[in-house]
Design a protein around this ligand. Structure first.
Ligand SMILES: O=P(O)(O)OC[C@H]1O[C@](O)(COP(=O)(O)O)[C@@H](O)[C@@H]1O
Ligand SMILES: [Mn+2]
Length: 643
């Protein structure tokens, strides 16, 4: 072992006792049961539903309450207590409103604090005291620990404990303490959260999801194609930028751009007013309960067309300067017969309807009008100077990656591109060919480069971010083409089809999944591929667990727009020391419903994989690091004290 390294280590562990204490501590921790991992995906801006799943730990909170109080509580009492743990501020308000006298309220405080402590003690039984301490409400650590660890069998200290309770209540601290303890419980039931992609687009509040994740105790993100689109916009890709605005317009979410991220849409609106009229395929999909005036709808419809046309123009030069993107079939504006209003795609001619080509020069369809160019320039400037967007994108970069190997599993939003034979699909980039893991690593390198160089807007790295959104070999898109243009302008549904990568039928096959795990140096006997991206159509009999349990698809189905296809509100996954459980969620109505009616429809759990022996920390990624640290400390001990 490097002596310099050991000398550095010795600065922190400067006595024999300190080294030995730490070794004992780490050895003990690594023999505890592994913490619970929670997997969610495809949140698509649905903050309310996401936060519910997060706060109830995909049903874990209620499960613990039941295990503890089932014998003594009614279902109603269990539901009420669960609601208090999920939404403590609001639930306390309701209780205070209901209990009309002070004595009854104080009694409720007294018993609730005690019950919360019982729950915390139970939920933290597999953690060290130090870990629990870190999860406790900071200002109350001392008194909470006193109450948690009372070991006085002689009852000598009963009056002392009673006094603590009395003081908390009489000093007006009960609300704050209960709220803090509720959050402690939420935190204890899930040790680590994985977000398997697609935080952004379609729903109204991706920013609130980002803020929640930023404040979450332990999280990683596998980027989804929609997240990459936002990263691309911030990194200087004009075509990604046009896309995010187009999608926001389509889903009546321009507030996110304007109000949340502070990006001025005025120049775009002026352009839109000048060149566009009402046009049915561009009317926004209205969010339930969102009141929008006819005039606003018209404005959005115009903006939607303006930005869609800019997007189609911007795609052309990229496709031309990157022949290996293999997208020449997507030079759509060049394939239009502007006199006949027809387009030829893959040899087939289609009639175009609802066209809005006022800004297109048929001779040079890629050419932006000067006004369009200026609008995009201004938009990019605002995007790159939005402080809030910078904070959110930085977090996505810091915690995110294209794929993740974690505790033996492979987490990936979209797919591993395959050919029909099940080989890793090859892609040529400049003069090199890549496939499988190498291809994904190269994609990520380009993406990180583009992010680090926001001033470069037409280099390969920036173009590559757009490719990851929509290219045929992208591991996040997983389809041959994105038929956005066709869905706006062609009636024939045949033209709307997006052919999926063979991965999506081959992933039913166990051998293929084993091969993928091997490609990533994972043990195929123990590992799983954990996938998001494609809604599982349970109502049509599709099973989210595939390939003899090697493949688990957990598209969260949070996106309201897609719930009619899936039949349920999607899946999440839990992986604790006993094994993996898939949780199927019922549609989430509202927080108010949970609070007032206790309608927290119990999620149905399905065992995916059962550990033969309870899995310990030492067998996890975190454990690996602990064992390494133990080994370093043992070296230090020998070097300093046993020579
Ligand atoms: O339903 P919308 O908003 O038109 O979006 C459809 C587009 O979204 C995609 O499905 C990609 O989004 P997802 O990652 O959520 O599937 C494209 O394949 C498709 O063209
Ligand atoms: Mn996706």
């Amino acid at each position: 072992m490097d002596e310099q390294f050991l000398d550095l280590l010795a600065q922190k562990y400067d006595t024999e006792e300190k080294i030995i204490t730490e070794i004992i501590n780490l050895e003990a921790i690594s023999n505890l049961p592994k913490g619970t991992e929670h997997f969610v995906s495809d949140l698509h801006g649905e903050f309310q539903a996401f936060q519910h799943v997060l706060r109830n730990g995909s049903g874990t909170v209620k499960e613990k309450i039941k295990e503890l109080f089932r014998e003594v509580w009614t279902d109603q009492e269990i539901n009420d207590f669960a609601a208090l743990v999920y939404y403590p501020e609001e639930k306390i308000q309701l209780v205070v409103g209901e209990l009309c006298n002070k004595q009854a309220l104080n009694q409720w405080y007294r018993q609730t604090i005690e019950q919360m402590l019982k729950l915390i003690s139970y939920a933290s039984s597999k953690y060290t005291r130090s870990k629990l301490r870190k999860a406790l409400p900071e200002q109350y650590v001392y008194i909470v620990e006193e109450l948690l660890y009372k070991t006085d069998s002689t009852n000598n200290k009963d009056p002392y404990y009673e006094e603590i309770y009395r003081q908390i209540i009489s000093l007006g601290q009960a609300d704050k303490l209960i709220i803090g303890l509720a959050y402690t419980t939420q935190r204890l039931v899930v040790d680590h959260l994985h977000v398997v992609g697609d935080i952004y687009d379609r729903g109204q509040d991706p920013d609130k999801i980002m803020d929640t994740l930023i404040n979450y105790h332990s999280v990683d993100i596998q980027w989804g194609n929609h997240d990459v689109l936002w990263i691309g916009a911030y990194a200087g890709s004009l075509v990604c930028l046009a896309n995010i605005i187009r999608i926001c317009a389509r889903y009546d979410n321009l507030d996110i751009i304007e109000d949340v991220y502070g990006i001025n849409l005025r120049p775009l609106l002026n352009l839109a007013e000048k060149y566009y009229e009402d046009n049915s395929p561009f009317r926004p999909k209205l969010q339930a309960g969102h009141n929008v005036s006819e005039q606003e709808i018209l404005q959005i419809t115009k903006i939607h067309q303006a930005i869609a046309m800019i997007q189609f123009k911007l795609e052309i030069p990229i496709i031309k300067r990157r022949p290996y993107f293999n997208m020449s079939e997507r030079l759509l504006l060049e394939q239009i017969d502007y006199d006949k209003n027809e387009i030829k795609i893959c040899g087939k001619t289609y009639l175009l309807e609802n066209t809005c080509f006022a800004t297109v020069n048929p001779e040079k369809p890629e050419q932006l009008l000067e006004e369009e160019r200026q609008v995009m320039e201004k938009l990019l400037f605002s995007v790159q100077h939005s402080e809030k967007l910078a904070r959110h994108m930085n977090f996505l970069m810091k915690k995110g990656s294209l794929y993740l190997k974690y505790n033996g599993n492979l987490l990936i939003h979209g797919c591993i591109p395959l050919d029909e034979e099940g080989n890793m699909e090859e892609m040529q980039i400049e003069d090199k060919t890549y496939a499988g893991r190498q291809l994904l690593d190269v994609f990520e390198e380009y993406l990180r480069y583009a992010y680090a160089h926001p001033e470069e807007t037409e280099d390969l790295a920036t173009d590559m971010v757009w490719y990851i959104w929509t290219g045929e070999c992208s591991s996040l898109f997983g389809k041959r083409e994105m038929t956005t243009f066709e869905r706006y302008f062609i009636q024939d549904k045949e033209a709307h089809k997006e052919r999926k990568n063979p991965y999506y039928h081959l992933r039913e096959n166990e051998e293929i999944c084993r091969k993928i795990l091997l490609e990533f140096d994972l043990n195929p006997d123990h590992g799983h591929v954990i996938n998001g991206h494609t809604p599982v159509k349970e109502s049509r009999g599709e099973n989210p667990v595939k390939a003899n349990g090697k493949m688990i698809v957990i598209d969260g189905g949070f996106s309201k727009a897609y719930q009619s296809t899936t039949g349920i509100a999607g899946y999440t996954l839990l992986y604790n020391s006993f094994g993996m459980q898939l949780v199927a969620h019922q549609k989430f109505n509202s927080k108010e419903d949970v609070l007032c009616n206790g309608t927290d429809v119990l999620s149905v759990k399905r065992l995916v994989d059962k550990e033969l022996a309870r899995k310990l920390v030492r067998e996890t990624n975190v454990g690996e690091k602990l064992l390494q640290k133990i080994s370093n400390l043992k070296d230090l001990l020998e070097y300093r004290y046993m020579k």
